[in-house]
Every structure is written in C-alpha cells, then in structure tokens.
Design a protein. Structure first.
Length: 596
C-alpha cells in the first residue's frame, strides 16, 4: 500500500477513498489485502465489477479502480437552530443520523460516481452532502408539521427516521449515493418559548391542585369537627338535663352523671368548649443565637426574628414579662430583656465576675419588680427589674452539689419556688428566708402551681402533688414512660387540668381530682415538652427540630408542624406563648361552661 493511500485510510476523518490498480501495493506473490473494517469494489475498464471484502487480497491490473469505504455505520450531524413548529414555537434541533454502505456492487459504484470526485471523501464533506441532499429539509419539515408539545419530551427518533426515508429529496440522494439511512441515534429538540409556556401551565395546574387540596383538607376538617361536635352533643345534652338549669352547679357535681367513656370524651375536648379567657398572639422560640416569632394561625411562617448579642454566651430559655412587655431570655451567664414587639434589647441582667459556663439559665421569672432565674452551675439569682446591675445570689451550689437547679416558679403565696436536684425549695423575698419544702423520688424536671398545690414532674416519670400548706404531704398523680420535662396547670371552673408531654403518645391532660387521664394531642413524632394556653397547645419533639401547634378550632387531635430547624438552621431550646385578654364576647358567662 502506498504511503498516500495508507495515511488516508488511517485518518478517522476519511470515509472513503478511490485508488488506481497501480497504486495498490503488491507483494512477491500477491497484492496487499483489504484492511479490516473496510469494504472494496474493483471496477475494470471494460465495465466488469466485483466486491473485495476486508481480508481479501484484490487481484488488480494497472487499469483497474479500487473504491474503498468504511464497513460500519457513520454518524452524520444535522443541526438547525431556527426552526418553527406548527404551533409557532421556535425550535433548536440537533440530530445524529447513522448511514452506511451495504456490500452491494451498485451501491459502491454509486458512491464513487456521486461523492468521490476528489478520490477522497471526508466526514465533513459527507455531512454537507447528506444535509444538502435532503436530511436538513426533512428535519425542517418534521418540525414544521408538528406541535412543540409532541416534539419536546417524547422519543421521536423513529418518527423522524420514517420522515427521512419518505422524503423525496432524501430518498433520491440516498439512491444516487448508494447509502442507506440506518437509524437516528440522537435527536435533541429544545424550545425556550415552549419551556416558558409549559412552566407557566404547570404552575397554573399546581396552583389549581393546591387549591383543590386545600379545599379537600378544609372539607375534611369541617367533617371531622362536625363528627366531634355530634359526638359531644349527646354528652352536653345529658349534662344540661342533669343541671336542671341550676347555674350554681359545678363540673365536679355533674361529671358523676356521665359514664367513664363520656367523661373521657368531654374532658379531652373541654378546653375547646369553654370560652377563652386569653388568646395566643404569638409563639416565641429560642433557636440558636436568635429569638423568632411565629404566627399561631400559620405556624410554619416566621413573623420576626431577632439576633441577641453574644456577651452572655449561648441562649437557653425564654419567658414573658407582661407587666413591662418584655421577653426574658436566659443565656449562659446572664439574662437579656427584649422588647416584645420589636425584639430590641432593652435591659441586661448579668452575673458579675462569672466566666461563661457551658450551661445556661434554664428558667426565668418576673414577679412584682424582681427577676428570678435558675442556673445549674451558677445557682438561683435575683435582680430588681428597675436596677439590673444589682445582682444577688439567693442559692449557690458548692463543689458541684446540687447538680441540677431549675424550675423557677411563683408559688402564689408571695414565695418563689425552685428545684435543686430532687428537692423543692421556697424563697420568701419579704423575709429573705429560704426553706426546703420536700423531696421527690428523683431529680425534678418541672413544677406547676395551682392555688395551694404544687405539681412536680420527675426524671423517673412521676407526676407528684404537694400541698404547699403541708409540705410533707406528697402523693403520686400519674406515672409516665419517661421523664416529665414540663407541666402546664390550667383550671376550668372547679376542674384542675395538668397538660404533660407523653413521648410517642403526644400530650395528655391529667385531672387529678377526678382520677381521669385524657389524650389531647396526637403527634407524628415523640413529644418532649408542651406549652398550653386557653386556646392553644404547642409541643416540642424529642429532636428539638420542630413544633406541633394545635389550636382549639382544630378538627381533631393532630396539630400543624412548624419545622423550625429548617426555617432557622438551629434546634429549639425553649418556647414561650404570648397571650392577651380575650374579647368580652369570648369570656365565660356561666360557671358551668367557663374557667374561673
């Protein structure tokens, strides 16, 4: 094989070559064979033709012509960026068509006559010839005759191949060049205008679906509410008949007229039925280094967020100071006072000379003109609200004992309570006296007070009741599966209710005087803490990454989720519910239906 023929056939860009018989190399006994992946046609001056497949040594005379073509499918790219579909959308098209020459004498002879004018056919020259020979016209006709929706998205390669094979110009070119259109390997069709139209249409469909879904949810909620009210109607009618119109009868007098099942249904819905004394205006949470406000009617929406200075270290707890419209935020070495509306810092209560500990103030409480706060490392501290610089330690640990100091609580008789490990203490600001009220069966995690009774939740899962007038008098109200980290005490007329977290069971309401436990909240995740007002329950899950919010108008016991970790990037440390007095029309008019 001569150097020119050899170099041409080694070039991947060369598709076909034509050489004279004298240019084909010869050995001593025979000529060189046809290379692999090539197919040849020998033509004599007298018109005779014969195929020369790869591996065969062609017997050539000096006057013979040898046409060689690659014996494989050849990819031809056809592109046009200015096409228009039948529906008027601009289309950018890019196709890859596979063509090949079959092992037939007529096809290879047609190749030499039509395309091998310069004895060498390159891929670029073949691409131009195929496009000009009808492939580009077929692509334009294929797009022009169809809507953009039928072109973009579905696999239309087979349809375009049929269009190509049926095109008169493309068929004529293929016949004259001896090639066949084997298949369409790739067909990319894109339209910016159609993409925008489809996006707008999908957005409209999604909006319709969301509206329909919301309507379905509202219908389901209305149906659930109706079922709940229908279920309670018989209970309320039975109570009404038992009361005989006597306005002085109280819940304790009427509950014995109901069966145990009826009492349970009534009590788990009691907070929904009684008029509100206060309504929740905002849910405030400490998440990382910031304080965030949530809308109670739309808990997944942040209304406001406020960053807190890092002077006192990490934030730990939050509580309200209604008399000054403050939020009290406990940090590692002090307490911040923020404006309830704006979140601006209005006062700072520091522990003087204290290094920043690893833990923080876990509960804060404002009573009269003083602020009280507990810290497991620093102890029990107090500041005048009007003089934040006048800090005073009321109880401090020594050598790490006690290990846990928490649960600042207004005992209702002028004293302030707090827990140190398993002991409940009372501090009297009038006399400065500090006294131990009693010892629970384990570390105290929560305390709530109603009148002369204190209710204590322990690490071991017990809810204990203590008579503040007789501190030695303790008894068990409830036994939970895990530690009871929060207790909310509410009163409905003469009924006392304790709302506690119940882990995988959501939240429970305990009625200690009636020895009844009611299920008030179901949640998809285990619940760790719970907060409650007259019209709302808010629960924090075990992972501290979301809140479950349920209002009194919820159709069932399932609340709405507020994914605070996703909204803020931080887990939740504590929550506070801001309330205001309910309008007069919502306040109780009769003792039997309201809360004292």
């Amino acid at each position: 094989m001569t150097r020119d023929v050899q170099s041409s056939m080694a070039d991947e860009n060369v598709i076909a070559v034509c050489v004279g018989g004298g240019d084909w190399p010869r050995g001593i006994l025979s000529t060189a064979p046809i290379p692999d992946r090539w197919l040849g046609l020998i033509e004599s001056p007298d018109g005779r033709r014969r195929l020369a497949p790869s591996g065969e040594a062609p017997r050539l005379s000096a006057d013979d012509r040898l046409t060689l073509v690659r014996n494989r499918p050849i990819a031809i790219a056809v592109r046009d960026a200015d096409l228009v579909s039948r529906c008027g959308h601009g289309i950018e098209a890019a196709a890859e068509i596979l063509v090949r020459w079959n092992a037939r004498e007529d096809d290879l002879a047609a190749l030499r006559r039509t395309l091998l004018h310069a004895d060498t056919l390159t891929l670029e020259a073949l691409t131009r010839a195929v496009a000009d020979g009808g492939a580009l016209a077929a692509l334009r006709a294929f797009v022009r005759e169809r809507n953009a929706e039928s072109l973009i998205g579905p696999d239309v390669r087979e349809a375009f191949l049929n269009e190509l094979r049926q095109s008169e110009a493309a068929r004529r070119f293929a016949f004259e060049a001896g090639l066949t259109f084997e298949r369409v390997a790739r067909l990319d069709l894109n339209s910016a205008s159609f993409a925008r139209e489809r996006s707008a249409r999908q957005e409209a469909q999604w909006r319709v679906q969301r509206i329909q879904a919301r309507e379905m949810v509202e219908q389901a909620a209305a149906a659930a509410t109706k079922r709940r009210l229908d279920d309670l109607a018989g209970v309320m009618e039975k109570l009404r008949a038992a009361s005989s119109g006597d306005p002085n009868l109280r819940w304790h007098d009427l509950l014995p007229t109901l069966s145990p099942a009826e009492r349970g249904r009534l009590l788990e819905n009691l907070w929904r039925l009684t008029p509100d004394r206060h309504t929740t205006t905002a849910i405030v949470a400490v998440a990382g280094p910031q304080v965030v406000w949530l809308d109670p009617s739309e808990p997944g929406r942040l209304v406001r967020r406020a960053g807190v200075p890092e002077d006192f270290g990490g934030l730990r707890c939050v509580d309200a100071c209604p008399q000054r419209d403050w939020l009290l935020v406990g940090a590692a070495s002090g307490v911040w006072a923020l404006d309830t509306e704006s979140g601006a810092v209005v006062a700072r209560f520091a522990v003087p000379g204290s290094p920043t500990p690893r833990t923080g103030f876990n509960t804060v409480l404002a009573v009269d003109d003083r602020l009280y706060a507990t810290h497991s490392t620093l102890g029990f501290w107090s500041w005048p609200l009007s003089s934040p610089e006048d800090a005073r330690p009321l109880f401090e640990p020594h050598d790490g004992v006690p290990r846990s100091i928490r649960c600042t609580t207004d005992l209702g008789d002028g004293r302030i309570g707090f827990a140190a490990d398993d002991c409940l203490h009372a501090y009297d600001p009038r006399t400065g006296e500090l006294a131990a009220l009693g010892t629970a069966d384990g570390t105290i995690h929560s305390v709530a007070v109603l009148e002369t009774s204190a209710y204590v939740g322990t690490e071991s899962g017990r809810v204990m009741q203590l008579n503040l007038r007789q501190p030695e008098d303790w008894w068990q109200v409830h036994r939970a599966r895990g530690s009871v980290e929060s207790i909310v005490a509410r009163r409905w007329n003469d009924l006392r209710e304790l709302v506690i977290p119940a882990g995988p069971d959501g939240a429970l309401a305990l009625y200690p005087d009636e020895s009844i436990t009611a299920h008030v909240l179901e949640a998809p995740v285990p619940i760790r803490r719970v907060w409650a007002t007259d019209d709302m329950l808010v629960a924090l899950n075990e992972n501290r990454d979301r809140l479950i919010v349920m209002g009194s108008l919820a159709p069932d016991r399932r609340g709405r989720e507020a994914p605070l970790a996703r909204l803020t990037g931080h887990t939740v440390q504590d929550v506070c519910l801001l309330t205001r007095a309910a309008p007069p029309a919502d306040r109780p008019a009769e003792p039997i239906s309201g809360a004292a």
